[in-house]
Design a protein around this ligand. Structure first.
Ligand SMILES: [Zn+2]
Length: 73
């Protein structure tokens, strides 16, 4: 798969990404497998990973403003 921005081939990397939920809440997911462009830094989440993230975010405690979770494949 190639980068949408510059067309460079994407590579699989493991990284940490923050996800904003509403105005105040942020969830940081650690050890997330993403496809990243080495040229411009753009990244892409695979559908399977995205679905899992949505599932994880659905179950986050809604009373905390910042939560750090580990993504488990
Ligand atoms: Zn790129």
């Amino acid at each position: 798969m190639n980068c949408h921005s510059c067309g460079t081939q994407l590579v699989s990397v493991i990284t940490d990404l923050p996800f904003k939920l509403g105005k105040k809440r942020i969830v940081i997911l650690k050890d997330l497998p993403v496809l990243q462009c080495e040229n411009c830094g753009e990244y892409l989440l695979e559908d399977m990973v995205m679905a899992k993230i949505e599932d994880v975010l659905d179950h986050v405690d809604s009373s905390v403003e910042l939560e750090i979770l580990r993504y488990a494949a």
